[in-house]
Ligand binder design. Sequence first.
Ligand SMILES: NC(=O)c1ccc[n+]([C@@H]2O[C@H](COP(=O)([O-])OP(=O)(O)OC[C@H]3O[C@@H](n4cnc5c(N)ncnc54)[C@H](OP(=O)(O)O)[C@@H]3O)[C@@H](O)[C@H]2O)c1
Length: 248
Amino acid sequence: MSESPLVPPSSVVLVSGGSRGLGLAIVSDLVGNGVKVAAFARTVTPELTALAEKYPDQVHIGSVDVNDAKATQAFVKEVEEKLGPIDGLVNNAAIGQDSLHVHTSADQLAHIIQTNLTSPLVLTRFVLRRLLAKSLKGRIVNITSICAQRGFPGLVAYSATKGGMDSATRSLARELGGRVLANSVAPGFFASDMSAVLGQTQLDQIVRRTPTGHLTEPDEVVPVVRMLLLDNTNINGQVLVLDGAASI
Ligand SMILES: NC(=O)c1ccc[n+]([C@@H]2O[C@H](COP(=O)([O-])OP(=O)(O)OC[C@H]3O[C@@H](n4cnc5c(N)ncnc54)[C@H](OP(=O)(O)O)[C@@H]3O)[C@@H](O)[C@H]2O)c1
């Protein structure tokens, strides 16, 4: 019998930056939908610890810096021993920026690019190599940003990393030949620690420019990530923009 061309729903999903903000919302939602989830961040929060304590057989967490390749790889192996092979990856961990390009040092630029672009690609490579070696299929969701589509002052390097991830998503989808569905989800601005640097004037301006009249809510992003990981779709290599048409 020939192999089904469909990519099954992910059963073990690794979420980077799953300790707070959107990442934590994604983790909670997946756990509630019966998916085994591993999450890491540099600091494990009480909320994430509570989930791991409530669902010890379904959730595995760790304190890991995405920029420490050895530590992320050790965590991946630990997750696979505990939960089984990872067949879903959400690259969510990222740092923001709040500095004009002319005031951003070369070291700061390198750190943003390392955290938001290079390290997620290194992690993706590691997860993919293990998945493909086991002849598994899988799904990748890269959390990018509206900043990859529209310009915002103070976010030059950040925007470059998000645009880079969107481009990588398209080429991954081509390269993986349908074994792995790779997509980006690009939210508009939503309230979180990262966006706390935006002033009320900037937030009001974004809302005024948004036909739906409100900032994106993490609750509006979570179901789209879930769909890309769990539903039977042929969506591949796409950037799904979730910004209430602010950028249109
Ligand atoms: N907020 C927005 O308006 C907005 C809009 C569009 C897209 N996004 C994107 O949405 C995603 C989530 O953003 P958010 O607003 O929820 O951010 P957040 O609240 O700042 O959370 C970021 C998460 O990433 C983790 N993280 C950061 N640096 C890390 C590192 N070096 N190693 C491991 N984990 C790291 C953080 O934990 P630790 O700090 O403890 O490591 C935290 O869990 C990001 O990719 C962001 O670019 C955000």
